[in-house]
Design a protein around this ligand. Sequence first.
Ligand SMILES: Nc1nc2c(c(=O)[nH]1)N[C@H]1C(S)=C(S)[C@@H](COP(=O)(O)O)O[C@H]1N2
Ligand SMILES: [Mo]
Length: 215
Amino acid sequence: MTYDERTTAREAFEPTRGFTGRARAADRDPRLPPGQYDARDGWPVLSAEVTPHLAAADWTFRVDGLVAAARTWSWDEAHALPGSEYRGDIHCVTSWSKFGVRFGGVSLDTFLAAARPLPTATHVVAYSHTGYTTSLPLADVTGGKAWIVWEYGDAPLPAEHGGPARLIVPHLYFWKSAKWIAGLRLLDRDEPGFWEQNGYHHRGDPWAEERYAGD
Ligand SMILES: Nc1nc2c(c(=O)[nH]1)N[C@H]1C(S)=C(S)[C@@H](COP(=O)(O)O)O[C@H]1N2
Ligand SMILES: [Mo]
């Protein structure tokens, strides 16, 4: 995997602290977590790697590790599962938020129900076809909180935003939402992923401003 230094520098640079103090409380949209701004029509692309152009026919999604039945879904097999959508807000640690977006795909619960997590599983590492990784507590990707998605609005998810398919975990900062998702490995420990190893918080709750390690 090749890291784009400029993108990485931009991620590290964003002046997120101290911003809220300047906005009057009455001006703030209640959907906006502390230190965030409304990106409105914009949707920044933030990638540590060069955008891969992965054909849908070559995309697969695997669930393994501490599960009773590890398995891999093809594009067609994933599309045959019951559909599910997310309508709501997303929040990036570099301080932009977007309100009322729609993503369509399948709930992660559906994939996990087929793979059957073992009682010892406490965390997951999500990994991309490019090698990007991010770690999450299992409880943050179960119970209707995470999706594998291939639609944005009513259109196919653009490649630069993770198409053909990405993970979304919208209640956490967006670095947890691995683009070009390849799989989920269930573990009995927290195994930090790419940004978690590079100073970001392990959980990343935007409402608690869990941006960096130690927040
Ligand atoms: N594979 C991969 N997924 C990734 C990233 C990445 O660099 N590579 N960046 C993360 C970060 S830091 C953010 S903020 C969001 C950005 O998604 P977007 O480019 O669609 O806005 O993707 C996340 N998923
Ligand atoms: Mo990010």
